[in-house]
Design a protein around this ligand. Structure first.
Ligand SMILES: C[S@@+](CC[C@H](N)C(=O)[O-])C[C@H]1O[C@@H](n2cnc3c(N)ncnc32)[C@H](O)[C@@H]1O
Length: 310
């Protein structure tokens, strides 16, 4: 339990959720239950539905939250609406997303998320899923690898790394995180800040692809906005620009009335805004938190509120 992480910007998240006694809330990314616990500590009478697709997280969180009575749901948050409907929940008063992997997942060498821990190339948040990072690296076409590294890693060496993987796997299977790290190093070198960043980006790209993270996020945000009661808030914390862009754009779209092209003078789309954006710019952790919790350094927190009557 000790490796479950300190919740990032916990006070800000809780403040922004504006919890009401007996309100219905969702923690879409339970992890080590740090935020869930903080929610209960602030407002013990809430009804909390907490999601994680990782069975380990659900298991550990059950112990951490034993003093309370949450409904723990082992599911992907892309199935938010149907999972809540299954629990007879049709609307909610607030929802929190703390995206990405937990420190526990990163620190557990066997999960294969991290290049500085040698392990099988796995990277599945949900270990019941079939697709692993090993399969992606060994079986994807050169074009697919290039696309994954370019779109999800945004690294300039995407093409060279994809080709180096193609050459290496023709000799022998790329089995471990160390095998992959060595191939990346053969392209960008070892020891420089830039080569370290490339490793981070390539591993991140694979993780995003294996877990289909961006598609799941878009689907869940749209459902979450529809599920919110008037005045309810959605709080999303992301850790890289791809996620933050999706959050920003979906909030912006749902905070806009007409979305017709500018050339159309009289609206034909009929789109009505559902949200008021609370954070014009993302909130960030302060320097004190960053010095005690390095993970908070890249956190960007965005908040929006459901409009009345939507
Ligand atoms: C950053 S951690 C959350 C940490 C948590 N807020 C805490 O205080 O301990 C993210 C968690 O969300 C889970 N997760 C990420 N994407 C998910 C998805 N699409 N569906 C369900 N769970 C997801 C991960 O398995 C991980 O445990």
């Amino acid at each position: 339990m000790s490796t479950y992480h300190q919740p990032v910007m916990a006070n800000t998240c809780i403040q922004q959720l504006r919890l009401k006694a007996k309100g219905i809330y969702v923690d879409a990314t339970l992890g080590g239950a740090g935020h869930a616990l903080a929610m209960y500590q602030r407002e013990p009478q809430i009804r909390l539905y907490a999601f994680d697709q990782d069975a380990d997280a659900i298991f550990e969180a059950r112990q951490r939250l034993e003093a309370y009575d949450p409904v723990l749901i082992q599911a992907n948050f892309r199935d938010l609406r149907t999972s809540l409907a299954y629990n007879k929940v049709k609307s909610i008063d607030g929802i929190l997303f703390d995206l990405g992997v937990s420190s526990h997942q990163l620190d557990d060498a066997q999960r294969g998320f991290s290049f500085d821990k040698d392990a099988a190339l796995d990277m599945r948040m949900n270990r019941a899923q079939e697709l692993t990072a090993g399969q992606v690296v060994n079986e994807s076409s050169l074009g697919t690898l290039r696309r994954i590294f370019k779109e999800y890693g945004e690294d300039q060496a995407f093409g060279r790394i994809a080709r180096a993987i193609e050459r290496a796997r023709a000799e022998k299977t790329i089995a471990t995180t160390k095998d992959l790290a060595t191939i990346i190093e053969s392209v960008v070198g070892i020891g420089s800040k830039e080569s370290l960043k490339t490793k981070v980006r390539i591993f991140q790209a694979l993780r995003i692809f294996v877990n289909d993270e961006l598609e799941a996020l878009s689907a869940a945000l749209k459902d979450a906005i529809n599920l919110l009661n008037p005045g309810g808030r959605i709080v999303v914390m992301s850790y890289h620009s791809l996620e933050d862009r999706i959050v920003k754009n979906i909030f912006k779209l749902e905070a806009t009335d007409c979305i017709c092209p500018p050339a159309i003078i009289n609206c034909i789309c009929g789109h009505k805004s559902k949200l008021k954006i609370i954070t014009k710019r993302p909130l960030m952790a302060d320097s004190e938190e960053i010095s005690s919790n390095v993970r908070s350094r890249s956190a960007k927190l965005r908040v929006a509120e459901k409009k009345k009557g939507k």
